[in-house]
Design a binder for this molecule. Sequence first.
Ligand code: NDP
Ligand code: OXD
Length: 308
Amino acid sequence: MTLLLKSDAERGEEWTRLLAKKAPKLPFRIWPDIGDPAEVRYLAAWIPPDGLFEQLPNLELLISVGAGVDQLKLADIPKHLPIVRMIEPGLVDSMVEYVTMSVLALHRDLVPYIAAQREQAWKPLRIRPASERRVGVLGLGMLGKACALKLAEFGFGVAGWSRSRHEVAGIATFAGDDELPAFLARSDILICLLPLTDETRGLLGAELFARLPQGAMIVNAGRGGHLDQGALLTALDSGQVAAAVLDVCEPEPLPSGHPLWNHPAVLITPHIASRSRSEASLDAVIENLRRHRAGEPLIGLINRDRGY
Ligand code: NDP
Ligand code: OXD
């Protein structure tokens, strides 16, 4: 009943140390040292190497070490294999911090102030109360809902959009493609926390920008593939979009010389909004292994047809 990890060296060292305390009887291997392939029942990975599934005839569970599963080639993963994603509180806390930081930076005019500082210009702008700014969160899942609730505490008018209808106290909720235009029309700051799927790829494009209020601002902490980067540059140049905070881009890293790097209205971070924390993610893995053995529902089980 071996657990095999395919990840970076840092996570490998931490899991080895923590498993010795938390689950000393669980056989644990770090790829490429897989031992007897027939013994491997559980695989935890970000991107499984090509051909690994064919090598592991008795694999029973695939665990994504991140919250997203878009990095997996779902079509190449044996159909019978359940896939779970990482659900742990640290991932949520870090994303709430990042999104709060970004929204406050945009709301409090940090982008023009950075530009003014470069010119040694002292240019105070009117402080706009949070109650005069409407924030929209694309995606009301584990991350989007927590961010929406935190932002509401500042007094922003917060709304969220999801595929199915949600009810969240203090948040205006919109569901499905039919309600997207109304949601966008009231989003002065738009945050993307959607999973990347066939349906959401390229959603942050020219058509969506045109539906936002003039001078809206964007935070993309989902995936680079959600954003049409060329359309963003056009919208920034026309003033339809006033500023953007991008934690993700396509490709990553953004190629040197790309016009987004030096755009005065764009803040870029290197996909650091959140990351699963070793101890809590290992606890989540151990709990899912227990559930799997006991035949109980798995936490974070993805629906392959939806792609998230
Ligand atoms: P969840 O699966 O919990 O939530 C996804 C949300 O998106 C749900 O509300 C879902 O609707 C909604 N959604 C999905 N597809 C559509 C659609 N076609 N139309 C409308 N709504 C849709 O995901 P998480 O909140 O855990 O994570 C979201 C994403 O954040 C991850 O997939 C990953 O890409 C990204 N991420 C980025 C990180 C970073 O560091 N930048 C770190 C971690 C995650 P419904 O509720 O109806 O199902
Ligand atoms: C994730 C990520 O999905 O790191 O966890 O982006």
